[in-house]
Write a protein that binds this ligand. Sequence first.
Ligand SMILES: *Cc1c(COP(=O)(O)O)cnc(C)c1O
Length: 225
Amino acid sequence: MIAENLHKIEQEIQESCALVSRNPKDVTMVAVTKSVDSKTASELVELGILDLAENRVDKLLDKKQSLSQHQQIKWHLIGNLQRRKVKLIINEIDYFHALDSLRLAQEIQKRAEHQIDCFIEINVSGEESKHGLNPAELHSFIQEIAGLDKIRVIGLMTMAPYEASEQEVRTIFSTLKDLQESVKKLNLQYAPCTELSMGMSQDFKTAIEEGATFVRIGTALFRKG
Ligand SMILES: *Cc1c(COP(=O)(O)O)cnc(C)c1O
């Protein structure tokens, strides 16, 4: 089933890219394995998917341990990170998608042994339940982390509300794209900000049309039938 789901998603990624004349190579599908066990995750690895994501620190560490024979896997932490857990995880991952406060950035600075590729999470929709910086705070945040040499801002990340209409989702993603461009234009060495982590199972096609370079897909990969 996973192979079929994967095939369908890869085809849809290609179609969405074609619609807007983008190269599918510029879109990385990150497989979100939070709802499946390590054995199922390893099936994906066998199929050539090497970007795996978890939203919880403990679960990421467990999966990484179980899949330790697969050294090629790139590990993405996509969920909110508590400061007290930074030291456990920060040197175990390749990408962190949810940087959203100066205090967290300072803790990463203290604990990281090398530069960490981070996405700043933005709460574009303004939903109270969501993590992420308010868009208006982005540029001052970028200035505040200037001295933290363990942090490299490779892009921005957002989540669209589950109930939003396609048009609302599109507006959210295009707003994130504009914000990303505005940081990229600053030409900061510590914040190249060339990437966009946006789009999940239900909205990745729209995200790709609006410029996503990383889509985070769980449900659509693992659903049965
Ligand atoms: C769970 C999760 C996803 C994947 O969602 P699906 O709808 O299962 O594809 C993507 N991003 C984040 C931050 C998540 O927590």
